[in-house]
Unconditional design. Sequence first.
Length: 247
Amino acid sequence: MERLQKVIAYAGVASRRKAEQLIVEGKVKVNGTVVKELGTKVSNSDTIEVEGVKLEKEDKVYFLLYKPRGYISAVTDDKGRKTVTDIFKKHVHQRIFPVGRLDYDTTGLLLLTNDGEFSNLMTHPKFKIDKTYIARVKGVPTKQGLMKLQSGIKLEDGKTAPAKVSMTSFDEKAGKAICEITIHEGRNRQVRRMFEAIGTPVVKLKRERFAFLDLTGLSPGEYRQLTKHEVKLLRVLAETGKIDYNN
């Protein structure tokens, strides 16, 4: 059972907030009856109509995108900026949405799907899915600064979980460095804020890996469909914390 507004949002009809508004305004029916309560839960067998249009159950699809710079990780944008779903419009007919987000200026690996349950497994902090980033930073992080990132650093929205961090190269004279960082949280602009907190702001950021997935064979703006086996492994990883690549 899922909350009604969540099902509507996952179907790509509207954002969660807009779905709640439609429910309150009496524009949503469940099994032919108008429902106005936001706490209402529905199952896969229920028939849902939004503004007179039946919510169709789509085949589940899963994509891995090499997100280019200059795209919003959203389905729509009220400022008219390009969104990651624009890249798929000519060839993908399902109403997909990004799994989590990458900032406008951040590039790299981003998953998209129309499977809300899968998205939740991939993004909820309790499932601890690792995401690895390469950060080009201004300045050279100190050993103490890197240790703060590794143990968890205080941000305005609370202390971060421990991270895996290493400095792969640096140029003291030019005042720049490249670091690799792996986190499992997904707060807004988290990696950028973490490096800002130790005095070395991020100049360029790319997500290299998501769990065991990487960008092999893709250029910015290109995507591929995940295999059934990859989807299965990601689910198992989220639910158990480990995977057996032989099964």
